[in-house]
Design a protein around this ligand. Structure first.
Ligand SMILES: Cc1cc2nc3c(=O)[nH]c(=O)nc-3n(C[C@H](O)[C@H](O)[C@H](O)COP(=O)(O)OP(=O)(O)OC[C@H]3O[C@@H](n4cnc5c(N)ncnc54)[C@H](O)[C@@H]3O)c2cc1C
Length: 398
């Protein structure tokens, strides 16, 4: 058999390691758009951005490991096209790789702000190179506008404040992270940032309307209500888009990501894993695509087993993510978006230490905690068992 993995990052590397760990000793090619060996992204908006960690610390794979795994590395050569019928993958350097099994793990790319192509002073953050470049410009006193108060935007704001930059965080929703974790937790996050001196602008009036540009460089971000935020630098953090453009015309179903079945298979001989994969989560009963670091590894390992025929089970993980903002760690299990109710069952939001449960219909769908990581973990089993809401409340401390 021959296996080609496209995307040399968390999910792609986990697949490669999983294949070897589970006894696969055939040809294994890892294709990557970036020139780097796989590295970890979460520290890019945290320890690498603040300078607390050297870039070398985030390597997932060193050259000796790649040799040990027998990887045929094609780094710095993005895949350009796929023909699943003949099982051939084309790379941008003109080479064509035949495969028997293919794994697509191309992740996501930052969503650009419309009409800003080529503007200087406007950044996005996805790669190590982006993080190091942003870090270099965040001197104490530098004026930074962060556009978008999702996880990425709030983490960038926190890191920049830690470095002594003057930070404006703008978000058209009423609170930061509101869509992801609900209003009450979002208000808590807003408080964290205000306490640290971030200038927070939220709600429709804070939607970015325009940029003031001088000789191709952004000088100010203009909000819907006319407020002008003068800046040395702005970062766009308004979400991301699955990296599937190169698959147009391949015949794969591309919706919000590469659409797979419950076993992460997109077509005969083609699997997907990580941020780019949209699959049917049988226990949740819905199609899911996660941008969580832990899922990238879990799904990569699952796909390795699936393509070796070592699991017949569908992929039904309990999603997990975390976020670090200043000295506050937020951790969560499950699916939190679109909850009908968020109920604090331990501690209190006002004390900055709590556990909240998320309900959709009559089911427990998620749990989130601040400074209560151990308590949060105790709810994982209940989520894995598909617990009802009343059952969960019956055992909650409140
Ligand atoms: C700054 C930052 C902070 C984060 N913090 C957290 C966190 O605190 N907690 C958390 O749970 N998650 C976090 N995440 C999300 C987490 O990093 C991702 O879920 C994880 O990286 C997904 O791994 P992946 O391998 O699926 O995709 P990616 O890491 O995006 O890797 C995809 C790889 O595929 C390559 N590629 C794309 N197109 C092609 C092509 N055509 N050919 C070849 N290669 C291609 C890309 O260049 C990239 O190297 C963070 C992400 C970022 C960017």
């Amino acid at each position: 058999m021959s296996v080609v993995v496209v995307g040399a990052s968390a999910a792609g590397f986990a697949t490669a390691e999983g294949l070897r760990r589970n006894g696969y000793d055939g040809a294994l090619t890892l294709v990557g758009a970036e020139p780097e060996l796989p590295y970890d992204r979460p520290p890019l908006s945290k320890q690498v951005l603040t300078g607390a960690w050297e870039a070398d610390r985030i390597r997932l794979c060193r050259p000796d490991k790649a040799i040990e795994l027998g990887l045929d590395l094609r780094l710095g050569t993005p895949a350009a096209g796929l023909d699943p019928a003949t099982r051939h993958l084309a790379l941008t350097d003109g080479s064509v790789l035949p495969y028997e099994q293919l794994v697509l793990a191309t992740g996501v790319v930052p969503r650009p702000f419309p009409g800003t192509d080529g503007l200087r002073g406007l950044r996005m953050l996805r790669t190590l190179e982006d993080s190091l470049a942003l870090r270099a410009d965040l001197a104490p006193g530098a004026r930074l506008v962060v556009i978008g108060a999702g996880f990425l935007g709030t983490e960038i704001a926190a890191a920049a404040r830690t470095l002594g930059a003057e930070v404006w965080l703008v978000e058209p929703e009423p609170v930061p992270l509101g869509i992801a974790v609900g209003t009450a937790v979002g208000e808590f996050v807003a408080g964290l940032h205000r306490e640290q001196g971030v200038h927070l602008h939220t709600g429709p009036a804070a939607a970015v309307r325009d940029f003031k540009v001088n000789a191709g460089t952004v000088e100010a971000v203009v909000l819907a209500d006319g407020t002008e935020l003068r800046c040395d630098l702005a970062v766009v953090a308004i979400g991301s888009v699955p990296a599937t453009g190169w698959l147009a015309g391949s015949g794969l179903t591309l919706g919000d990501g590469i659409e797979c079945d419950a076993h992460c298979s997109a077509a005969p001989g083609v699997y997907a894993a990580g941020d780019v994969a949209s699959w049917f989560h049988e226990r949740a009963g819905i199609r899911v695509r996660l941008e969580h670091r832990t899922n990238a590894t879990e799904q990569g390992l699952y796909v390795a087993k699936a393509l070796l025929g070592q699991t017949g089970e569908p992929f039904t993980p309990v999603p997990y993510f975390w976020s670090d903002q200043y000295d506050t760690k937020i951790v969560a299990f499950g699916l939190l978006r679109g909850a009908d109710e968020v109920r604090v069952v331990e501690g209190a939001i006002a004390d900055g230490e709590f556990v909240a449960l998320y309900r959709k219909g009559n089911r427990l769908t998620g749990v989130l905690g601040v400074r209560r990581a151990k308590s949060v973990r105790q709810w994982r089993a209940l989520l894995a068992a598909g617990s009802g809401w009343d059952e969960a409340l019956a055992i909650s401390p409140k």
